[in-house]
Design a protein around this ligand. Structure first.
Ligand code: ZN
Length: 320
């Protein structure tokens, strides 16, 4: 039996405009730009990472920058909402901040917790959920949002599925998730110690529409595993459960395996280490184009073709 999954590792989405994306996640949401790298499978495109000060697993929101891709629709077979954890008393601050910068939002209440629903610059649905823990949060002292209100990493992800039975079975029988609640068509699961960072909501939507991988959609969600050995155990267990799992792939910042859950959502299981400080010191994170050693030979060409990214600073994004 593989060791249990403690929670979310990272979430990866597709943006059509890297600069606007950076302006939003750093300038508006106050996350740190922690890594500028490339998509290892399409290495002439960016893979950019936001997170807490170190990009601690459980805080890293990442994007493939694919400007030439179409913009289609979100729907079944996808993660349709990414939820961030914010301190319970901070929702008024966030509502005011979003209003000030012209980001539409509305308040919802789920499982007795208040949240704000908004969209990012590519149309990805986000939530700021007023339920947080500091357990996986290393504060960034220069953040454009004061620490008392800052995003604490992920709260949860929501998947929308046409059919849920096989997914529920995989989650609970193989992956160690437990059902934690139900509200209408939404079923909540938790893993590990439960609470923020460990929550997965599944919304059943038999009528669709089916989502299409495109700009403004979530590409995959990665779940944490402790180390390379526990990852191998997961791979064997998932293969035995009939999943088509990739070999272990070295992503340089962590090692990864990928498979689709029965509802069509791409899952990754990623190791906690070595982390984003493998090639940049904590204070320098995100300041250079970071390339795994096996891509270094392409550096000159990549510097030429990848558009520059300007990371906003506190000074350009206004008061707390
Ligand atoms: Zn990933």
């Amino acid at each position: 039996m593989a060791a249990g999954i403690p929670g979310i590792h990272h979430v990866t989405c597709i943006t059509g405009d890297v600069q606007k994306c950076v302006n939003f996640y750093v300038g508006v949401l106050g996350l740190r730009f922690i890594k500028k790298s490339i998509n290892q499978d399409l290495p002439d495109t960016y893979h950019i990472y936001f997170g807490d000060y170190l990009g601690t697993p459980g805080t890293a929101m990442t994007f493939f920058g694919w400007p030439t891709w179409p913009k289609r629709r979100t729907g079944t077979g996808q993660v349709t909402t990414v939820s961030f954890a914010v301190p319970r008393g901070s929702l008024d601050f966030w509502a005011n901040r979003l209003k000030k910068v012209g980001v539409e939002h509305k308040k919802v209440r789920r499982f007795d917790v208040d949240a704000l629903v908004l969209r990012d610059t590519d149309g990805i649905e986000l939530e700021l959920v007023g339920e947080s823990s500091d357990e996986r949060f290393v504060p960034w002292k220069e953040a454009p949002v004061a620490q008392e209100n800052a995003i604490r990493g992920f709260h949860s992800v929501t998947m929308t599925l046409a059919e849920t039975a096989a997914t529920f079975s995989l989650l609970t029988s193989t992956m160690g998730f437990r059902q934690a609640g139900k509200e209408g068509s939404r079923t909540r699961f938790e893993t590990g110690a439960g609470g923020p960072h460990s929550v997965l909501d599944v919304v059943e939507s038999p009528e669709g529409p089916e989502g299409e991988e495109s700009i403004g959609t979530v590409h995959h969600v990665a779940w944490r595993t402790e180390n390379a050995a526990s990852q191998i155990s997961w791979r064997e267990l998932l293969l035995r459960a009939g999943r088509n799992v990739t070999p272990v792939i070295d992503r340089w910042y962590f090692k990864s395996i990928y498979f689709r859950e029965p509802g069509g959502v791409l899952f990754e299981i990623a190791t906690d280490g070595p982390g984003f400080t493998v090639d940049e010191s904590p204070e320098k994170l995100g300041t250079t184009l970071s390339l795994p050693p096996w891509f270094q030979v392409r550096r000159d060409r990549l510097d030429e073709i990848l558009p520059p990214i300007v990371v906003p600073t506190t000074a350009t994004t206004g008061a707390h």
